[in-house]
Design a protein around this ligand. Structure first.
Ligand code: MF3
Ligand code: CO
Ligand code: CO
Length: 272
């Protein structure tokens, strides 16, 4: 199956979805503090989507083949949780780091998928460095996006930066095509070789969402059927944006007023 090329109408719908997905993260930011539970963050986000935005949380009851339906509206991945942490009664405490991964569906059926890292109180030097390196990994991947480029260019840029810092790239989960379908072709690997993989073409929309571990890359699956942790219990970080391939380069779709600024090495106006 070929990678879909979005129509102008789809692209307009995905711009709106991307902004709304990002605005849920803006909304929840002031609540992400010591003492709050991950379940409370889920409840607040779900309420904001439903009552303020008129969007629907894509994760709720999402059940890909081999998975039980996901029980909550968002993913909350704390410390050594790599991804798909299920919100619950876990209390966030000073020094924790958490990834909040939000995917909304607009009334027109378009998905807005993005995630950010948050420090709870004061982060350790390691947690801060891992989080910053992972942020730069995501943006170095984004900066590779241009027509005529290849998916391997993205993966390579991410892998080189992560490994240079002494960290490792999770292999079992990747970015993905997205539109009216939550997860579609292609798989966007966060490692690889330049010039390999499918060619990037204008109108493609996909996520870049590197998961970087402070220790080894190996994963361990929890018995809840969803939560993925590092096998060696080292910290893990992740950031996620949705990106459109344009005629000249890229457009990041998941930006809003509260998005952290791109790193200084990003000089393209479209990114700001
Ligand atoms: N938002 C995640 C991603 O980036 C997927 C979460 S699936 C869920 O692809 F069911 F766990 F929510
Ligand atoms: Co995603
Ligand atoms: Co996501």
């Amino acid at each position: 199956m070929a990678i879909s090329i979005k129509t102008p109408e789809d692209i307009e719908g995905m711009r709106i979805a991307g902004r709304l997905g990002s605005e849920v993260l803006d909304y929840i930011t002031p609540f992400v503090k010591p003492g709050v539970t991950t379940g409370e963050l889920d409840r607040l986000c779900h309420e904001y989507m439903t009552n303020v935005q008129g969007t629907v949380p894509a994760p709720l009851n999402y059940a890909p083949p081999g998975y039980t339906p996901y029980p909550k509206a968002i993913c909350t991945s704390v410390n050594d949780v790599i991804c798909h942490g299920i919100p619950g009664d876990k209390v966030l405490k000073n020094g924790d780091v958490v990834n909040l991964d939000i995917t909304i569906i607009t009334k027109d059926g378009y998905h807005g998928d993005n995630s950010r890292m948050f420090y709870i109180g004061e982060p350790s030097i390691l947690a801060k460095r891992l989080t910053e390196v992972t942020y730069d990994c995501m943006w170095l991947g984004i900066a590779q996006v241009r027509p005529g480029g290849h998916f391997g260019d993205i993966g390579h840029a991410i892998q080189v930066h992560a490994e240079k810092a002494g960290y490792s790239v999770v292999r079992e989960f990747c970015g993905h095509g997205i539109g009216k379908v939550f997860h579609e072709e292609p798989q966007v690997l966060h490692y690889g070789k330049p010039g390999t993989g499918d060619e990037l073409k204008p109108g493609m929309i996909f996520t870049i969402e590197p998961m970087i571990n402070a220790g080894r890359r190996d994963i361990r699956e929890m018995n809840d059927g969803w939560t993925i942790k590092t096998k060696d219990r080292s910290l893990s970080a992740q950031w996620e944006h949705m990106v459109l391939v344009t005629e000249t380069g890229y457009e990041v779709l998941t930006l809003s007023a509260g998005s952290p600024p791109p790193p200084a090495f990003i000089t393209d106006a479209k990114a700001a």
